[in-house]
Design a protein around this ligand. Structure first.
Ligand code: MG
Length: 372
């Protein structure tokens, strides 16, 4: 009878990272100037390791880097000497131990799946049964002056991006002006996705979406507050533009409620909200059953977390859109291997696991805590 090698988690390193953005990034509910992240390295007694990343957005998930660092040590102690391939068991323990903190959980989940892929000798997209390892991402423009937004949109179009995402969520006049200026600059050949990041109330959202109807908008992310499921449902009924739930959607329980209540046409899945791939797969399954399609989005992670997210996009046909551009905003790319970007076109090599690692020189400059 065949037996398989058993692995145990022997050591976990937690790194504190801070990478400056090329320019400040402003959305309706917060502004950042650098990506304050943590990296997790989960090593086994068989000489392997998996890598994970968390880039917490405090106004969205309630996590900061300091919170993530503290929680990471506690979770690491919980995982020591256990089987990394029992992802079901490990995530159950993590979820039972610590409520919320989805971004931190996603870093551990990512490292465990990386190990699963390395042990199986398959890239995650293939392990999940998928085959489409090439797709494209949009590129995002933060909230700012309409003139500057139009200039940037034209730059993105000239570079070859096939879709542009624009952050809105201010006043009706300013938001409509932003999109109008962008369309004047780039024409109508490529789609614009908009994201209000909860910045509108129901009435403002409806008025804005109606005013934007003829401007070639692919869909609108999170027009109203995360808790306003009724507002989302009414907008879905009355808006001429499709509605995508983002901040209202963290895990599979949210997905089921949003689908059952008819709150949206699309889901924006982010590993940082779902707590990782384990729950992201459940969300996509619920979406598929409910007739909703998905996008996979990101925060300002490096190509490491974005590669893990790209594996998910490549694995599932029901994931039709990708917004995996956070790395493009960073001043530094410390990642070895991983997803290859040709402007907006993303290609995943067949490296086992998620396939990305952080350069040792970069990790050497980060404060590090070791749990063993
Ligand atoms: Mg969004």
């Amino acid at each position: 009878m065949a037996t398989r090698e058993r692995h145990k988690i022997s050591e976990i390193h937690i790194y504190k990272s801070d990478i400056k953005l090329k320019e400040p990034f402003k959305i309706a509910i917060m502004e950042i100037v650098s990506a304050q992240s943590i990296f997790i390295r989960v090593a086994t007694d068989t000489g392997l390791y998996g890598m994970g990343e968390a880039n917490p957005y405090w106004a969205i998930t309630g996590e900061t880097q300091a919170i993530n660092l503290a929680g990471a040590s506690d979770i690491a102690k919980l995982l020591l000497h256990k089987d990394p391939l029992d992802i079901e068991g490990r995530m159950r323990e993590i979820n039972a131990f610590l409520a919320h903190n989805s971004t931190l959980k996603s870093a551990f989940d990512m490292a465990l799946y990386d190990l699963l892929g390395k042990i199986s000798q398959l890239p995650l997209y293939a392990l999940f049964g998928g085959s489409n390892n090439t797709f494209y991402t949009d590129n995002t423009i933060g909230i700012g002056d309409p003139e500057a937004a139009a200039k940037k949109a034209l730059e993105f179009k000239k570079q070859g991006f096939r879709a542009i995402k624009v952050k809105l969520g201010t006043t009706i006049e300013q938001d409509v002006e932003r999109i109008k200026r962008i369309r004047d600059a780039i024409g109508y050949e490529i789609p614009i996705r908009i994201d209000a990041n909860q910045g509108w109330d129901y009435k403002t959202a409806l008025t804005s979406l109606k005013a934007l109807e003829s401007m070639g908008i692919e869909f609108c992310e999170q027009p109203v507050a995360y808790w306003d499921y009724e507002g989302l449902r009414r907008l879905r009924e009355n808006s001429p533009i499709g509605i995508m739930a983002d901040e209202s959607l963290f895990d599979h329980h949210d997905a089921l409620r949003l689908a059952a209540l008819g709150c949206c046409d699309y889901f924006n899945i982010k590993l940082s909200k779902s707590g990782g791939l384990h729950t992201a797969l459940k969300i996509n399954a619920i979406a598929e059953a409910a007739g909703l399609t998905c996008m996979v989005g990101c925060l300002t992670e490096t190509r490491l977390a974005l590669t893990a997210a790209a594996q998910l996009v490549s694995a599932k046909e029901n994931i039709r859109y990708a917004d995996l551009d956070g790395n493009l905003m960073l001043q530094e790319d410390p990642v070895i291997g991983g997803a290859e970007y040709d402007v907006g076109d993303i290609h995943l090599p067949d490296t086992p696991g998620h396939g990305a690692d952080i350069a040792p020189e970069f990790l050497g400059r980060c404060e590090c805590v070791t749990i063993k």
